[in-house]
Design a protein around this ligand. Structure first.
Ligand SMILES: [Zn+2]
Length: 531
């Protein structure tokens, strides 16, 4: 027997949640050929995994890397964490489809998150072909963003679709699924997804139900309206006849921290009624989004150009302040309330401002904090992202340990090393999976290694109905992550985010060794996965 790669002497944690066992793993090309103790046979290469756990490659069930793959197809910050598959097109954002004449609107809309995509495509299938041509180092599971469906039909306006536009959205969604999408996602706090009624979303779910589509929900508020928002997401799944994934489970804003357990109970209650509802969590008490999402939805009505007009209009600014400023001190948004020192500038065109919070920006500019923030969003033409500290550590632990949540980074793939770095992005781009392993499993002992790995592999694979990934099994795709349970840890921090983790010496994507000790081989090992 000749294998392409033999991994010897490791502890196999197979992703199912079953106890780890001492075993070797043999690969033949892009498949797992054999798993068992003391495998004997010729192999083109052997890796000695003594002291290491050998797991399926991690599946990042909630990622936004599709917004940056054109700049970073190697996806280094993800693969170095052990990630071999990313689920993208989340929170209502996806680079396609694009209607004729709407290219610039889509580029402006996505641009604030990190990068204006080239947008040389129109249909969803053309976009997927572009992705295949890029040759990413990770496998990609792409969803259709509801925001993209809206921009392609209704545009950026705050109004219901006409009957004709609704049919067009459904047709574009079905086209997307037929081209290789896995379902659709909403961002019900982001324009233009926020303008949809529940009925619009149920109709879209119905249109994809027969094709096995899944609904991923960034719900309509993770703060004061958390419970109502979960109710809506669950109803969309129930009435639309599709499984539901609740994105980045959290209770945002200190006044809402007490709602976490109730929200998790809503998920388990729905499951007890026979609905397939699950969630995902990132292991940090801070989130990240576009800074213009601090502004109320009416300011976004009509798209980015309209938003900028309103930011320049003193009367509109006063109305925003009246809507959002709480007690003269905190800023209330649909994603929770923040003190000015709890909002940090992540990325913008002026590198010297990255890492500063809005209280510091106000002092620097001699402006009231609300005006300093609006001046800034205006001068950056909304192309600025933020990190917001609005969650409790305790809730993050509770949500991570819940039996119905899996791990999703909610981040972009980036790369460290030489060259310019875009500001101070959320460290989850580099640290999510090793942080769960090193901090939540090893240090806090919230769950076993087997459960940690299951939440990153077998569980998301089952959610997606991936046929041959997420488990270590003979015949399955050769996606693997090898980590050292004694040393695995995240190194990225909020002040110093561009740092790769420790203790993950090998990552294999479709049989190709992408992380090879200190070396990173940014080869196009990944595939666009279709159902
Ligand atoms: Zn989201």
């Amino acid at each position: 027997m000749t294998w392409s790669l033999l991994i010897k002497n490791g502890t196999v944690v197979d992703g199912s949640g079953a106890p780890g066992t001492a075993a070797d793993v043999a690969l033949e090309g892009d498949r797992i050929a054999a798993i068992g103790p003391n495998l004997a046979g010729e192999s083109a290469r052997t890796i000695d995994a003594t002291g290491l756990m050998v797991a399926p490659g991690f599946i990042d069930i909630h990622s936004h890397s599709d917004l940056v793959y054109d700049k970073c197809p190697g996806a280094e910050s993800k693969v170095r964490q052990g990630v071999t598959t990313e689920v993208v097109g989340m929170c209502g954002f996806s680079p396609g489809p694009i209607a004729p004449g709407r290219t610039e609107a889509v580029r402006d809309w996505i641009g604030g998150i990190g990068n204006k995509p080239p947008a040389t495509w129109q249909t969803f299938g053309e976009y997927l072909d572009f992705l295949r041509g890029l040759g990413t180092s990770v496998n990609v599971v792409q969803f259709v963003g509801h925001g993209a469906l809206r921009l392609a039909t209704v545009g950026g306006e705050n109004r219901p679709p006409t009957a004709d536009e609704q049919r067009q959205m459904e047709r574009l969604l079905v086209e997307g699924l037929d081209a290789g999408a896995w379902g659709y996602s909403t961002g019900l706090v982001y324009a233009p997804s926020v303008y949809a009624s529940t009925e619009e979303l149920i109709a879209l779910a119905k249109s994809m139900a027969a094709r096995g589509g899944i609904y991923f929900s960034h719900v309509r508020g993770e703060a004061g309206t958390l419970e109502k928002a979960y109710e809506e997401a669950i109803r969309i799944g129930e009435q639309g006849g599709v499984p539901v994934q609740i994105a980045h489970v959290k209770a945002s804003g200190r006044e809402n921290w007490g709602k976490m357990e109730r929200a998790l109970r809503m998920i388990s209650d729905a499951r007890a009624r026979g609905l397939e509802v699950t969630g995902d969590v990132y292991p940090y008490p801070a989130g990240s989004t576009k800074m213009d999402n601090l502004l109320p939805p009416w300011m976004h009505d009509g798209g980015t150009a309209k938003l900028l007009e309103r930011l320049a209009d003193p009367a509109a600014r006063e109305r925003a302040i009246a809507d959002c400023l709480i007690g003269g001190e905190r800023w209330g948004s649909s994603s929770g309330s923040y003190g000015w020192d709890e909002v940090m500038i992540a990325t913008c065109s002026r590198p010297e401002l990255a890492g500063k919070n809005l209280a510091e920006l106000a002092r620097l500019t001699g402006r009231e904090p609300a005006h300093a923030m609006m001046d800034f969003v205006l001068s950056e033409r909304a192309g600025v992202s933020m990190v917001g500290f609005s969650q409790s550590e305790e809730n993050v632990a509770i949500a991570s340990a819940d039996p119905h949540t899996m791990i999703g980074s909610d981040s972009l793939s980036l790369h460290s090393g030489p060259g310019p770095h875009p500001g101070k992005p959320h460290p989850r781009s580099y640290g999510t999976f090793p942080r769960v392993l090193g901090v939540y499993c090893r240090e806090k002992r919230l769950f076993s290694w087997e459960t940690a790995v299951h939440k990153m592999t077998g569980m998301p694979a089952r959610k997606l109905r991936l046929k041959d990934r997420g488990l270590l099994k003979s015949g399955y795709a050769a996606d693997l992550a090898l980590f050292d349970p004694k040393t695995v840890r995240d190194e990225a921090t909020f002040p110093d985010p561009h740092r790769h983790p420790a203790g993950i010496p090998y990552v294999v994507v479709n049989g190709q060794v992408v992380v090879d000790g200190p070396r990173y081989n940014a080869v196009p090992a990944g595939r666009v996965l279709t159902r």
